[in-house]
Design a protein around this ligand. Structure first.
Ligand SMILES: Nc1nc2c(ncn2[C@@H]2O[C@H](COP(=O)(O)OP(=O)(O)OP(=O)(O)O)[C@@H](O)[C@H]2O)c(=O)[nH]1
Ligand SMILES: [Mg+2]
Length: 287
């Protein structure tokens, strides 16, 4: 019997099913779920769930840590927020579309948050970690800077949208400014911008340019410190003190509390899910 050649459409379906299968099979990140974090002892729990509070233990009393717990949800609120990041038939989470110009951006009325930062700082990885309880959602990350070339929209049911952006700096798309600035300035449903800063090196000159722009246009933003698993305690605390000081003295529209994260180990991810649910108006807090 002669086997018939598979039709291209069928091949596409097979490759799609295979990718889906592999995505579901890949082991979820340890501590992706808050219930796993709750099993840890107190010190480990604080390190994973509230990394900034854990760092406060290593700071001398001369450092002002008053802004470290401004956003301090309880366990119940963290659990509620987590449920929003789990894709179901009734609450599907998925990549929606991409845009290379503001006028190509989808008309969505639901609240939106976006992720901005230098190329390779970990924007796409952070979105992947936020969606780690929904492994079918495909978020592309790469060790090569300049990987994300478009504004990528991910819909979280009809509750809110996360927008992954190209990075600035090394190998950023040449039309970066024309793509990103109009989006930040004119997106009516944009509720918060997350500015990602590399936890190993702290705020760089290019980050200062981005901060100046956000400040000048009065776009509310919060600073996320990435890759904290890679930095030693000494480097981390130095960078935290430096950035916290910079935020207190030089910024007006920056949220005063930093969000340190590791997307590989899910440190700080539960708190960030909760903050996103809150700023998009989906989670009123008790305090
Ligand atoms: N150790 C560690 N590596 C990370 C973390 N987050 C991202 N990375 C790595 O950093 C590299 C860049 O990650 P991406 O998420 O693609 O970075 P990006 O900011 O989206 O980069 P562009 O799209 O090029 O702007 C990848 O090799 C990631 O595995 C983290 O929390 N810890
Ligand atoms: Mg990217």
């Amino acid at each position: 019997m002669v086997l018939q050649k598979a039709k291209p459409r069928r091949l596409l379906t097979i490759s799609y099913l295979l990718r889906r299968h592999l995505a579901t099979r890949s082991s979820p990140i340890k501590y992706a779920s808050f219930s796993e974090v709750l099993q840890l002892n107190e010190k480990q729990f604080t390190g994973v769930a509230f990394p900034l509070q854990e760092m406060a233990r290593y700071l001398t009393s001369s450092v002002d840590t008053s802004s470290f717990q401004i956003f301090n949800p309880n366990h119940n609120e963290i659990n509620k927020a987590e449920a929003f990041f789990i894709s179901t038939r009734w609450h599907p989470i998925d990549y929606f579309t991409s845009a290379v110009r503001m006028d190509h951006a989808p008309q969505l009325s639901q609240p939106e948050v976006c992720f901005l930062g230098r190329s390779n700082v970990g924007k796409s990885s952070l979105i992947k970690a936020l969606f780690s309880l929904s492994p079918d959602v495909e978020v592309r990350v790469s060790k090569n800077p300049g990987h994300t070339k478009k504004l990528n929209f991910f819909k979280v049911g009809d509750l809110f949208t996360l927008v992954d952006m190209p990075g600035y700096g090394y190998r950023s798309p040449k039309d970066f400014a024309e793509m990103v600035e109009p989006y930040l300035n004119h997106r009516a449903n944009l509720k918060r911008t997350f500015l990602l800063v590399d936890g190993l090196v702290g705020i760089q000159e290019m980050d200062k340019v981005a901060i100046e722009m956000l400040e000048e246009f009065g776009i509310p933003y919060a600073i996320v410190l990435t890759k904290i698993d890679k930095a030693s305690k000494g480097v981390m605390t130095r960078n935290v003190i430096q950035i916290q000081d910079f935020v207190n003295k030089k910024t007006q529209v920056c949220f005063p509390q930093l969000f340190p994260v590791s997307s590989l180990y899910c440190f700080g991810i539960h708190l960030l899910r909760c903050f996103i649910a809150h700023v998009t108006g989906n989670l009123p807090l008790s305090t």
